[in-house]
Design a protein around this ligand. Structure first.
Ligand code: OOG
Ligand code: NI
Length: 475
């Protein structure tokens, strides 16, 4: 049974466990399960914890900033996972399960541009207080059989998917109960965690025979991963590090071989967006049912390890500059899958990214990143003065802190996908985003990430001005 740690103020009048506490318990149960299933994940967690402690001890400015914004605590428990679903019904039920844990779909990601036949969203907490309590996120993809050319295979795959149920009856019952009654009391909440966790478990017995597996695999490795098993096993769980270069450098000595280059922006004084690195998917023993009902031994690669470092969320202008600089780098040096030109690539990346300001005030003033404003001690005592935000910042009445990027960059980091699909040539797809279809299947529209960060920034400015004596925001 899983422990639910109630935060002091979390019980409502009706004695429901808060969605935030439920999410924290679920994330922790998932971590324990994955640690048992994939021991390298445990090693990575320990490495990240050590490096984070060292980084905080050495970098007081970072530590103070995290403490001042009340986000120091969350980091040691912070992680994201990823799953790949097979049908609209599975996606819709997954949305309802995550909603019970206070996780909502943010963003639409079209991965056909990275030659992967899925489209995705990220389920995550949205409110500031929820993110601080526990920011657990799950990158959730839905298979797009419409991108598979072989019609017969498409139909067979649909039939296999239609016949499976990825949720236990208990999970469905508790999801319905939570929806009807507005929450779950403690005993139900504990069952909910245990039941929903079952959906994410690894199964080493395939639900298709070896021949079907091979045909699915030949169409696309990811199709085989989605269709061949009883459920959407969690395929990685990623802790957040405060110094990804350091963890990357220490991985080999701990028996883990990382990709040659860290995906995303280069090493910087002021981290932006998201940097990620991974180790390759493991080849794991699975069995397939044979023609006479006996089991055949085979293998499947799906699960891998990943770490990430999160930086400031960028505005559309900042994101456009990021994309431009990344494309410019890749036009100069295309990183080879075997890592042979990694040094050259990293050097070009750093060189090209000199065009992106690397101090917080520069990023802020250029309108490239989102910041949260708050009153300084001085600002609180000098309330009632009317001014604009720049004057308030210049006079040290208001401070600003970067708003952390809570989302993903899977397409610009297509390298993560590719390294996990193996280095062989994979099928190319014509880019075909279809957010309308995705949202119809999901049963709800996804939140726009930019609107969300802009709103946090705006609210923080307004609350400074409500004290400083001017209601109108800066711009
Ligand atoms: C999801 C990959 C996306 C990330 O960190 O960008 C992701 C998948 O492989 O299913 O997790
Ligand atoms: Ni990931």
């Amino acid at each position: 049974m899983f422990e639910i740690n109630d935060s002091a103020d979390s019980m409502t009048d009706t004695q429901f466990v808060s969605p935030d506490d439920l999410r924290a318990a679920f994330s922790s149960a998932m971590s324990a399960m994955y640690r048992e299933e994939v021991p390298a994940y445990g090693t990575l967690m320990e490495l990240v914890a050590t490096v984070n402690a060292e980084t905080l001890a050495a970098d007081h400015e970072l530590r103070d900033r995290l403490a001042a914004t009340d986000s120091l605590e969350r980091i040691s428990e912070e992680r994201h996972g990823a799953i790949r679903l097979g049908t609209p019904q599975e996606l819709a039920m997954m949305r309802r399960a995550f909603a019970v844990m206070g996780m909502y779909p943010v963003g639409y990601y079209d991965l056909s541009t990275a030659s992967v036949p899925v489209h995705s969203t990220a389920f995550r907490p949205v409110a500031d207080s929820s993110l601080k309590r526990n920011p657990f996120r799950v990158f959730t993809s839905l298979l797009r059989l419409d991108l598979i050319a072989d019609e017969a295979l498409r139909e067979q795959a649909s039939a296999v998917l239609a016949a499976r149920s990825i949720f236990t009856d208990g999970a469905v019952r508790l999801i319905e109960k939570a929806e009807q009654e507005g929450g779950l009391a403690k005993a139900d909440a504990q069952h909910f965690v245990a039941e929903v966790l079952e959906t994410f478990r690894w199964h080493d017995e395939a639900i298709v025979d070896a021949d079907m597996y091979k045909r699915l695999h030949d169409a696309h490795r990811l199709v085989a991963d989605v269709v061949s098993f009883r459920g959407p096993h969690i395929n990685h769980l990623t802790p957040r590090t405060l110094d990804i270069d350091k963890v990357q450098a220490l991985m080999p000595a701990n028996g883990i071989v990382p990709k040659a280059v860290v995906e995303g922006p280069p090493t910087r004084l002021c981290p932006i967006l998201l940097r990620q690195t991974s180790f390759k998917a493991l080849e794991e023993a699975v069995s397939f049912i044979g023609p006479d009902g006996e089991w055949w031994q085979g293998s499947h690669t799906a699960r891998f390890g990943e770490i990430e470092q999160r930086g400031v969320a960028l505005t559309p202008k900042g994101r456009a500059l990021y994309d431009k600089l990344l494309n410019e780098t890749r036009a100069r040096v295309r990183p080879a899958a075997d890592g042979s030109n990694a040094t050259e690539y990293v050097a070009s990346l750093s060189d090209v990214f000199r065009a992106f300001p690397d101090d917080w005030n520069g990023i802020r003033k250029a309108g490239l990143g989102y910041f949260r404003y708050s009153l300084t001690e001085k600002g609180r005592t000098e309330a009632g003065r009317i001014m604009d935000i720049e004057t308030a910042v210049a006079q040290d009445l208001v401070r600003f802190d970067p708003i952390v990027y809570e989302d993903f960059l899977p397409v610009s980091a297509a390298g993560i996908f590719q390294s996990n699909l193996g280095d062989e040539i994979t099928q190319e797809f014509v880019a075909s985003p279809n957010q309308v279809m995705f949202e119809r299947d999901l049963g709800e529209s996804v939140l726009d990430e930019f609107a969300y960060y802009a709103q946090i920034e705006r609210t923080s400015v307004e609350s400074c001005f409500s004290v400083l004596g001017q209601a109108a925001a800066a711009e």
